[in-house]
Design a protein around this ligand. Structure first.
Ligand code: MG
Length: 142
């Protein structure tokens, strides 16, 4: 059994969509990025790649490659899944944490889990998404 970890952060700005776990969440700000900037899925992709010792998201899906411009990160997650399966691995279970002051995310978590479940062909009972704030502390909390 292998375990991987992933981390990602994107800048919150006006005029961008907020997409987390493949769910478009209504909010006055969104995440800036080359793809859809879905930080949750990016961290998940890094965790899966890490467990398989296959590098990181930037190596497989470079952010200066036009084919990934505005792409849904669910597609990147699906490609990642195929990559690790080629190495003889399969994702068994995953646990994630989203840190965000706003908006409240609890209502969107079931759809995020369903999206990940469908993409990885993994039973939803093996997928956990947690959301917390940073209590306004440090640059992340601000
Ligand atoms: Mg990212």
């Amino acid at each position: 059994m292998r375990i991987g970890i992933g981390y990602d952060i994107h800048r919150l700005v006006e005029g961008c969509k907020l997409v987390l776990g493949g769910v478009e969440i209504p909010h006055h700000k969104g995440l800036l990025g080359h793809s859809d900037a879905d930080v949750l899925l990016h961290a998940l992709i890094d965790a899966v790649l890490g467990a398989a010792a296959l590098g990181d998201i930037g190596r497989h899906f470079p952010d200066d490659d036009s084919q990934y411009k505005n792409i849904s990160s669910l597609i990147l997650l699906e490609k990642t899944c195929r990559l690790v399966m080629r190495g003889g691995f399969a994702v068994q279970q995953l646990d994630t944490v989203i840190i965000a002051e706003q908006p409240r995310l609890a209502a969107y978590i079931p759809q995020m889990r369903a999206n990940i479940s469908r993409t990885l062909k993994l039973n939803i009972s093996m997928i956990n998404v947690k959301a917390t704030t940073h209590e306004g502390l440090s640059p992340i909390g601000k």
